[in-house]
Design a protein around this ligand. Structure first.
Ligand code: MRU
Length: 346
């Protein structure tokens, strides 16, 4: 899969994105021509995955600049700051969203005319997307070297092309390993309740002819015990100095992997690092009850029963074998000094 997940449409001055809620049944490009439309697309997970959210946030600021009705630079900057707050509030856990927004806002704030602001915002937002694509290739190359020539890898959620600009982080490692001639087959956890694993990971890997089987999330421990899994690779939404936040269920896989002596790898760009924070500082997104209570129209829970629908969990660093980044592979001990220099570089 090499097409872009989210990009600027020059003709209609809007943001185009693959609507991931419709996959795998339908592949449809959706257009967002207002910031509120984009914010809703992010809330609904039409665009999702930490690096893709960074690009979405950046393009959202470029969109705000393109459609602002203010006639002077200070008015446009005020509009951008208002829209930055709207976009940041959509999803709290993936740090890339706020990072992409801030990066483009900063580029716009350095300009002095409306035309300059529009141009700088769009070019910075597109740079976020282009750099992400390049970083994923580097992550892929660095991670591929860690995998045996023939192996089965378990992954959770979707840390693939759909979650990034293209190529992917965890799935980028798998793609790069396959490209290097390794025989990799994938076990994709379905990832309840929104099924990013069965809908999206299975979709993009099968499209690339990479062998993939979907399992229920609760099958992972048994398959590890049977010796079927050689490595686990997941992506990340935020890496603090003491934990990796990723899709709910990741922690469970990390505990099981440690118990069975299976390497547990996290693949993520430096834009996902937030090393100045610790686990307790991060807000974990709590999503709507209906995501658990219904499957389409079918009721899965009695009326009146509450749900506790956390979207992410933190995995402590002591369960992680290595963090694969675009700049190299970080291994324990994960000292703050290991993680911080990269953060300062961005
Ligand atoms: O709720 P989602 O689908 O946005 O969650 C996504 C994940 O947890 C991914 O694993 C993570 O963003 C890494 S993407 C390369």
């Amino acid at each position: 899969m090499t097409e872009r997940t989210i990009f600027w449409d020059y003709e209609s001055k809007s943001i185009s994105l693959i609507d991931q809620t419709l996959l795998p049944a339908e592949y449809r490009i959706k257009s967002c021509s207002t910031v509120e439309e984009l914010a809703e697309a992010i809330r609904r997970l039409e665009v999702r995955g930490a690096p893709a959210l960074g690009v979405a946030g950046g393009l959202g600021i470029a969109l705000s600049a393109a459609i602002s009705e203010s006639s002077d630079a200070s008015g446009i900057i005020a509009d951008l700051r208002r829209d930055a707050l709207i976009l940041k509030a959509t999803r709290p856990t993936a740090v890339n969203l706020a990072w992409g927004i801030e990066r483009v806002l900063k580029a716009a704030e350095a300009c002095s005319t409306p035309e300059e602001i529009q141009k700088a915002a769009l070019s910075e937002a597109e740079a976020v997307g282009d750099e992400d694509a390049a970083m994923c290739r580097e992550i892929g190359k660095n991670g591929a070297e860690l995998l045996p020539d023939k192996c089965t890898v378990l992954t959770h959620c979707n840390a693939g092309a759909l979650a990034c600009s293209e190529w992917g982080t965890a799935l980028g490692v798998i793609r790069s390993a396959c490209k290097a001639g390794k025989e990799v087959s994938v076990i994709s956890c379905e990832t309840r309740p929104l099924n990013q694993g069965s809908r999206l990971t299975a979709f993009e890997l099968s499209r690339d002819n990479i062998p993939v089987k979907t399992i229920t999330d609760s099958s992972a421990a048994m398959l590890m015990r049977k010796g079927v899994i050689d490595a686990v690779i997941v992506g990340a939404d935020r890496i603090t100095d003491d934990a990796v936040f990723n899709k709910i269920g990741t922690y469970m896989h990390a505990v099981c992997a440690k118990h069975h002596n299976i390497p547990f790898y996290v693949a993520a760009p430096y834009s996902t690092f937030d090393s100045e924070l610790s686990e307790a500082d991060v807000e974990i997104e709590l999503r709507a009850r209906d995501e658990l209570a219904f499957c389409g129209d079918k009721m899965l829970m009695p009326d009146g029963v509450e749900a506790l629908n956390y979207a992410f969990d933190p995995t402590p660093m002591n369960l992680i074998t290595a963090v694969i980044t675009e700049k190299g592979v970080l291994k324990p001990p994960f000292e703050r000094t290991d993680l911080l220099p990269g953060r300062r570089d961005i």
